[in-house]
Design a binder for this molecule. Structure first.
Ligand code: AP5
Ligand code: MG
Length: 193
């Protein structure tokens, strides 16, 4: 199964992704985690990305595409993967479509996690990540509204979008996600016995 998670900062993408990859035996690809690892290792990409991340802005598409392209070729992605926090711009979505078309490995579903802004602030203020300061959270939300939300329409038109209510306990939300993914997992198991 090939899945994309879309949702604003604090929507619970990372939290739910951990449960999804465990249940369905697929790889977890979080561009945010990859960038934080590169930053901590002080690589060139990491130093460049840090500048954008600490301002709550999106890292330029060229950098993101470079790291995702390599990662998708790894062995563990052959059984499927969950993209957490990628794509985030129309250019990234188009580039992903091109990569997947080359290998005839289309996406199965795009899950939008929908959560009201007040709850996002509440969740992120309870955490201590470097980009969880109120003014940076505000900028991350602006980036989401302006650059990422247009993807919902992009995937809706392709018949791939499913919206999940992201309010409630972690377990409640995971149940909603399973209701969408279980039938797709059965379908892809039948196609590749
Ligand atoms: P990224 O790491 O992707 O961060 P984000 O999208 O801003 O969101 P978070 O990871 O903070 O939230 P989440 O939805 O994963 O929620 P979580 O499960 O952690 O990106 C960071 C930065 O990297 C970007 O700003 C950008 O600069 C750069 N970047 C990354 N990808 C990029 C790309 N493709 N293009 C360009 N730039 C890119 O949960 C949040 C909190 O809520 C946690 O404390 C959790 O315990 C809690 N929580 C979770 N679920 C619940 C629940 N049901 N009830 C109560 N609390 C909950
Ligand atoms: Mg995350």
């Amino acid at each position: 199964m090939r899945i994309v998670f879309i949702g604003p900062p604090g929507a619970g993408k990372g939290t739910q992704a951990a449960l999804v990859v465990e249940r369905y035996g697929i790889a977890h690809l979080s561009t945010g985690d990859m960038l934080r690892a590169a930053r901590d290792a002080q690589t060139e990409i990491g130093k460049l990305a840090d500048h954008y991340m600490s301002a709550g802005q999106l890292v330029p598409d060229e950098i993101i595409l470079q790291i995702v392209q390599d990662r998708l070729l790894a062995d563990d992605c052959r059984r499927g993967y969950l993209l957490d926090g990628f794509p985030r711009t129309l250019a990234q979505a188009e580039a992903l479509d091109q990569m997947l078309a080359q290998d005839s490995t289309p996406l199965d579903v795009v899950l939008e996690l929908r959560v009201p802004d007040e709850e996002l602030f509440r969740r992120l203020s309870g955490r201590a990540r470097a980009d969880d300061k109120p003014e940076v959270i505000r900028q991350r939300l602006v980036a989401y509204r302006q650059q990422t939300e247009p993807l919902l329409d992009y995937y809706q038109r392709r018949g791939l979008l499913q919206t999940i209510d992201g309010l409630g306990t972690v377990e409640d939300i995971f149940q909603r996600i399973q209701q969408v993914l279980d039938p797709l997992a059965e379908r892809s198991a039948r196609q590749q016995p």
